[in-house]
Design a protein around this ligand. Structure first.
Ligand SMILES: Nc1ccn([C@H]2C[C@H](O)[C@@H](COP(=O)(O)O)O2)c(=O)n1
Ligand SMILES: [Zn+2]
Length: 167
């Protein structure tokens, strides 16, 4: 058996690891159009929260609207769905989120930005962005209060999870 005395080089970097968890978390979402995942990480690189977009607790997914109906807000998912970021903050397993980093697969909307600010998160790392007034409002809010944000720049294209492999 061959022995090596040097550490692995191909390990995941922190950003890849946490964004990977956010993307995996998004796979729990029932939204047929867009699945978003979010992870909160403390200053000691511990995951303290995770969330994905979904209907509020107790709502039967099959009874809720999943489309966007501009005519009838009661038949529009946007009226009801809880965003990944909000769910992550609500699900935190620590007392407060001051100084935490937030990893999200989609830039936070203006409503979640308010929650992010109030939680004293210090940095937002996002995978994708949208050209919308909601995201623009979030950026102006983050700029005002000094929350930094940056797009995740992957060094690798894929991370494979193979349930059939022996780990
Ligand atoms: N930062 C965000 C942005 C959006 N979401 C959720 C809200 C909806 O469930 C979905 C977007 O649906 P679409 O407009 O693409 O039909 O993503 C979120 O959780 N976090
Ligand atoms: Zn939001």
């Amino acid at each position: 058996m061959s022995q090596v005395d040097s550490p692995r080089q191909d390990y995941l970097e922190w950003d890849e690891y946490f964004m990977g968890i956010a993307i995996l978390t998004a796979q729990r979402s029932k939204d047929p159009n867009t699945q978003v995942g979010c992870v909160l990480v403390d200053s000691r690189f511990r995951v303290v929260a995770a969330g994905y977009n979904g209907m509020p607790w107790g709502c039967a997914d099959v009874e809720m609207p999943w489309g966007k109906d501009a005519e009838d807000p009661l038949n529009d998912k946007r009226t009801f769905v809880c965003h990944a970021e909000m769910n992550a903050v609500m699900n935190k397993n620590c007392v407060d989120l001051e100084g935490c980093r937030l990893y999200t697969s989609l830039f936070p909307c203006n409503e979640c930005a308010k929650i992010v600010v109030q939680s004293r998160v210090k940095e937002v790392i996002f995978l994708n962005d949208r050209d919308s007034w909601q995201m623009e409002a979030s950026k102006s809010l983050f700029d005002r209060v000094g929350i930094t944000y940056r797009q995740f720049e992957p060094k690798r294209k894929t991370v494979t999870i193979d349930f059939t492999k022996q780990y």
